[in-house]
Design a protein around this ligand. Sequence first.
Ligand SMILES: CC(C)(COP(=O)(O)OP(=O)(O)OC[C@H]1O[C@@H](n2cnc3c(N)ncnc32)[C@H](O)[C@@H]1OP(=O)(O)O)[C@@H](O)C(=O)NCCC(=O)NCCS
Length: 221
Amino acid sequence: MIGIIKKYLKYRPTIHDIICHIWIGFRTKISGFWGSIVFYIKAKFYGVECAGKVTCYGKILIRKYPFTKIIIGKNVSIISSSYRATASTIFAPTKLQTFTTTAEIEIGDNVSMNGTSIVSRSKKVTIGSGTIIAPNVVIMDSDFHALWPPENRAYSPPIDTDKEVTIGNNVWLGMQSIIMKGVTIGDNSIIGARTVVTTDIPSNVVAAGNPLRIIKHLGEK
Ligand SMILES: CC(C)(COP(=O)(O)OP(=O)(O)OC[C@H]1O[C@@H](n2cnc3c(N)ncnc32)[C@H](O)[C@@H]1OP(=O)(O)O)[C@@H](O)C(=O)NCCC(=O)NCCS
């Protein structure tokens, strides 16, 4: 504590700096405290399985259909509040939603997500441990509407076209990326901002753009 005070004193803070700094810290702590309490109540109510500490900022939307599973690992951070978010404004609260009896969402340990929408309609969506999900990412296992016939599009979309989504360990999904049904992303890979991912991505690469291309191989000398 004394070390931190000494460090700040070097910058000759004004009273205004000090008050703003204390307020931001206090406001963030309060948001994390209430967000987490409300989340735990909702998680208990819906039967979301949490293996350990989940810290939540702002309102987290959970809609869990009966018999489905939402499993969350240890030390997970779920953010819905732009106040706490780092990279960009969050467009909407984080949402975890399962739709039919076979749907499943599994989130590993040490995952952090910001304004993320994870929707499992009938297959499993897996987020590996250590994965970072930047603001406003959408991940889903279904297109939700049949291609044909058009008059039935809204009402009877078949679930046999839904496909599992698997995000590996230590992946980084850039802002506003969209991960579509059936995609597997290998460990340690990075998806660039605003990229729509419709095909599998190997481990240890940076993939970005629309259409997507592999722009870098990581960890190579
Ligand atoms: C993917 C990313 C990490 C790559 O960074 P980088 O390794 O420094 O990449 P570079 O800037 O060297 O770009 C390499 C090429 O990829 C292209 N590219 C990079 N990111 C891109 C993106 N998101 N969409 C389309 N093309 C992209 C560049 O235009 C460049 O193309 P070129 O070789 O034809 O000139 C970065 O561009 C990005 O999208 N970051 C997301 C940041 C974010 O979401 N932060 C939130 C905090 S959690």
